[in-house]
Design a protein around this ligand. Sequence first.
Ligand code: ASP
Length: 292
Amino acid sequence: MLRKNKNNPIILSTWNFGLPANEVAIKALSDGGNAMDAAEAGARHAESDEENNSVGYGGLPDENGNVTLDACVMDSNGNSGSVAFIQNIKHPVSVARKVMEETKHVMLVGEGARKFAVSKGFKEIDLLTAKSKKEWKKWLKERREMTPHETHDTISVLVQDKNGDLAGACTTSGWAYKMHGRVGDSPIIGAGLFVDNEVGSAAATGLGEEVIKTTGSFLVVELMRQGYSPNEACSEALNRVIKAHNGNPDFQIGYIALRKDGKAGAACLKWSFDYALAKNGVNKLHNVNGML
Ligand code: ASP
């Protein structure tokens, strides 16, 4: 059994927008919040940032110009909540938390999710910013097939609080110019995010369709249960994808993993991948090279 890391909170999140998200999560912890509060707060920061065109407000729309969002959360008791294909709500991660805490369900989608959010006091807003609209209009002229890695990036925030408890949050606007109704891995528990308070937590970014097919985040956590280190678990989960694509996938997937003893890791398929790690009072961006 792994020794639990205590009194040394850790925050691990995806991409460079993870750095400011980590700062917000650190503040949530120092204000007395638990791992779930901190993960949600960090994810909300990215959702509010209109310069971030792959998450929340300012996210690039689907092919019809609709910004549709996916998010999920998972806490240290194994509870989870999720929303998919939700529109006009700025903080899907907080709606996901409400689904977890205030309904008997795990997942709400589309109109049902939006109506639920409104019933809980979330304001409806137009999520398509002038900048994203301009990009979409430009894309409409060519309708060029976007390579997945050039159009989307998810924020996932994995937190271990001072009690050693784990929680996570994941939120995205998904694949830019996707088909209307497309849902990726990010709201799917076990694909975009998985937390097991005995073993560790993991989250994904990249081509959601391929993460779903390999139940990626669950697999990373299960591999850690079998004794793989966080780095090895992320790489081994990606090996399955590489094998399924005859050794030559032409898309990106990145995983981050945080083990119960406080060890963090990451891996990605191609190119490189940035993740932000806040530990021992230092919040820093790290980079891993692709396996291929
Ligand atoms: N995984 C997300 C999706 O497929 C997007 C990303 O992280 O790049 O919707």
